[in-house]
Write a protein that binds this ligand. Structure first.
Ligand SMILES: Nc1ncnc2c1ncn2[C@@H]1O[C@H](COP(=O)(O)OP(=O)(O)OP(=O)(O)O)[C@@H](O)[C@H]1O
Ligand SMILES: [Mg+2]
Length: 256
């Protein structure tokens, strides 16, 4: 299987702080790849560089042979990347359905006049978007909430709605920043099914997560960051048994 996302010698500095130091990573099409590490290790920064929030101090991010770091965020979105955020960022004043439709704005063929005049093109696109959004909600088991406010949803459903909105961008690579955070055991088990199902239907998924049980059960491969350095990579079993990881991260978890 050829790699479709290759991160090479990626360094991100913020003033005197090196958040990522020469990080290398490869993600193959159709994989679930985990990124773990203690607080402040550089995990979210890695997502921010991949999605164009930061342009990297040095190093490259290459998608299917084409360098993407340096591109604008909307250009990276159009290449098929979408993400969810560590802190849920839903539009509370809109319905669940409209939150998903918002994810489709980046693909709209309508111009400002279509929107102002509500032209037939605008109405056709609206209908198509609505059908697509309903399909995504059904797939993520959120259809019953379609006219509710996101704030009224149980926490696990809000996190799934974030994934639904990311899918609405027509993404093929989903970056999920702590999707299981704050979930109870049942919600985490449902999320595991959702994420595995997405992989089985062709999505490539990179996820940051602190819930070790979830990570070890859902990921094909894992990268471990500590203080901005990549300290280990491999299958869940390989990473779990790497003394350096136990020392830096899992050891600390066990002490709790
Ligand atoms: N925009 C920024 N400006 C300055 N420093 C930053 C910025 N973004 C992140 N950092 C710093 O970079 C380091 C890595 O932060 P990052 O958010 O990537 O960690 P993380 O691994 O996602 O941690 P957590 O598990 O707590 O979410 C931290 O020391 C953080 O304070
Ligand atoms: Mg983070």
């Amino acid at each position: 299987m050829s790699a479709n996302l290759v991160v090479t010698n990626l360094t991100q500095k913020f003033g005197g702080l090196t958040a990522l130091n020469n990080v290398n990573m490869e993600v193959n099409f159709g994989e679930i790849v985990g990124v773990i590490g203690p607080n402040g290790a550089g995990k979210t920064t890695l997502f921010n560089v991949i999605t164009g929030v930061y342009h990297a101090t040095s190093g490259t991010v290459v998608l299917n042979g084409k360098q993407i770091n340096g591109l604008k965020r909307y250009q990276i979105t159009r290449l098929g990347f979408a993400r969810t955020f560590q802190n849920i960022r839903l539009f509370k004043q809109m319905t669940v359905l409209d939150n998903v439709k918002m994810g489709m704005c980046c693909r709209s063929k309508c111009n400002i006049f279509d929107n102002i005049l509500n032209t037939p093109r605008r109405r056709r696109e609206d209908k198509a978007q609505e059908e697509k959004a309903l399909g995504i909600l059904e797939r993520l088991n959120l259809l019953d909430y379609k006219y509710d406010s996101p704030a009224s949803l149980p926490y696990g459903e809000q996190r799934r709605l974030e994934i639904a909105r990311a899918m609405a961008t027509d993404a093929t690579i989903l970056l999920l920043d702590e999707p299981a955070a704050g979930m109870n055991d049942q919600e985490t088990a449902e999320l595991l099914k959702t994420v595995s199902g997405l992989r089985d239907s062709g999505y490539t998924i990179i996820l940051i997560e602190h819930d070790m049980k979830f990570v070890m059960n859902v990921c094909d491969r894992i990268y471990v960051l500590n203080h901005g350095e990549l300290i280990s990579t491999g299958t869940p079993d390989e990473v779990k048994n790497d003394p350096e990881v136990i020392n830096a991260y899992l050891g600390k978890e066990e002490e709790k």
